[in-house]
Design a protein around this ligand. Sequence first.
Ligand code: ASP
Length: 738
Amino acid sequence: MFVGSKFVLLRTTRHKTAYSAARRTTAAIATTKTTNTANKTTVRPIQQHQRVKNARAMTMMMFSSSSSSASTTTRGGDNLSRATTTRKKQRHRFQRRAIASSSVAAEAGGDEPSSSSSSSSSNKHVSSLLSWPTRTTLCGSLNISSVGEKVSLCGWVDKQRDMGGICFADVRDHSGLVQIIGAAEGVHANQSQIDEILSSLRSECVVKVVGVVRERNNKNKNIKTGEVEVEVESIEVLNVVSKSLPFSISEGEKSGNADKSSEEVRLKNRVLDLRRPKMLKNLKRRHEAIKKMRKVLEDEFDFMEIETPVLSRPTPEGARDYLVPARTAAAGSCYALPQSPQLFKQMLMVSGCDRYYQVARCFRDEDLRADRQPEFTQLDVEMSFTDADGIMNVAERVFLEASGMHKKVQQPFRRMTYAEAMEKYGSDKPDLRFDLEMTTLNDVLNDTEFPPFKSALEVSRSSVKVLVVDDSQAGKNKISNAKLKPKGEIFEDAVNAGSANGLFFCRVAEDGKTLEGAKGLVEGLANCAEKIINTSNAPPGSLLLFVAGKTKVVNTALDKVRHKCANMLNLIDPKAHAVLWVTDFPMFEYNEDEERFEACHHPFTAPNTEDYEKNPDDLTEARAIAYDLVYNGVEIGGGSLRIYRRDVQEKVFKAIGMSTEEAEDKFGYLLDAFQYGAPPHGGFAIGVDRLVMLLCGAKSIRDVIAFPKTTTGQCLLTRAPGEATTEQLAELNIKRIE
Ligand code: ASP
């Protein structure tokens, strides 16, 4: 219960004001004059307050206007005495009403007001004035030990059920839901009014309920509060739903469920989408993960959170910048939104801040995929006077605390070099929940005559690799040739990943020495079959899948095929947690299209000391002191030791084709800072959205971001981006190109 007695007392001492305000309101609140309370009532400060409130509500009824239900509202005490006698009649009438319990519309996103039958009945019970009532208790906090307590709850009606005159409803807030029920006949004098309101409730209308917690006869094991219910003493309709709901919010509602709606409808109606318990749970998980990250960094390692600018200059993290035209600077001047706070955090180290972190918003104008957003959140960390092990240790502690996997994942995390990851798994973020490995056959196939392999190996930066899939024990799941041939789904995966020839396949014969399969391939490889089998450790009966071409394409294709086969063979244990560091990335990657080198991580990453020593003036083949954190095949973070000397930084800029002038113009402030006694430093960043997505078991990062954008970068709720007016553009010295 997060509403403490302090609040309650406060309200009690203020009741005079509340009381006089109540005299002015015409709200129809059905309340009770308890004639016979079967349940024990715990005496708590709230009761004092409640008596005042009850009195207030009574007064309101006495002074209530015609906005109250005509059938139940009469003047003063008359109302109470008549209520009991007319109750039976009313019950009968409610039974006949047969009102549907939900107003979910078939048509999503409709702007139509709800039909009169669904809204007007609760409409007439809503106050004409605004009121801001308080509560004593959260719906989800009630349990068997609450029995006998008098509570007030505020929330949304999840579902209402009219069982032949006895009305039930589930009232939901962010903590959970609890059943409320009208009292048995004769318990409360004004039961008919309460019943009328209960019967009029519609899904998602907002109520305040006061009542006593009692044990349920029919317990519901599926909900946290399923052992109890609240017997209503008074109920106030605070707001109604006057527009068709595009989908149901209730988790119990199967038809019209939000999960069955398109993502477009959910994003357009994000307010309601987030009201769903499932989505609120994701946001809560996110909040908890961030809270834990902060706690480890501050309490265990003495980090300090420092904010850095959002309007800045470009930082080259490899993506396109979001630009913001600067009105007060020369025409054409723009700020760039930070792709990460990389340079600021490095300069903070030069400033002597020693240990910095920030839950930072980063912006990258990339083509978006399921796990990308134009703006995303990362936990950004930098520290001075440490080696890579020290940084990785901090990152591991952060990961373990945020994920709660202390018992499942041991420190230090497994490490694998980039070279090994690429060789065995064709990926720098290998999913190690399953084994399937691949092997490069370039040396083995030196003198192959099989034309597709022979021609592939004549080109630079090319390979032939084989993936071994042992499905010999897979029974009916065994991978069929149809899936591997052109038009088969595995073959097509390879093609879609860029492999012009798709895929070649054969099997190791039972003798473990020869190959079986398509004649051309088997004959073409006959002279090196045994070598292939031995180098790739392929057992008898196993499937060999070959891809030939540019090494980059071969790896991408076989990585895809590896995942597809693992899924087909059910090799992925959904409960497994495969966490590892991939280390020793290359400094640079060759961009085939642009025919130039670009930084693999970012150009502020330090070169491996041995490689630098060997050839300080040509770093193109050097490894970097960079590391990525990979969880179940997803890169969730990464970092590096940094360059902290101007001369080395200049060499790296040169290697990526940046002239001295350009480097000075873009990064002069960093190069200068390095001349003022910069400390050795390094850091890392963890992608909060991706990590939380995995922790929640969500399919998309959009499910763990409150207000995400679509893959075309739009916010369907606010309809951003919006068109700027001609005046706004003129102020910014921008002209529309027709
Ligand atoms: N700035 C890097 C990134 O955003 C992380 C780091 O090197 O600290 O990927």
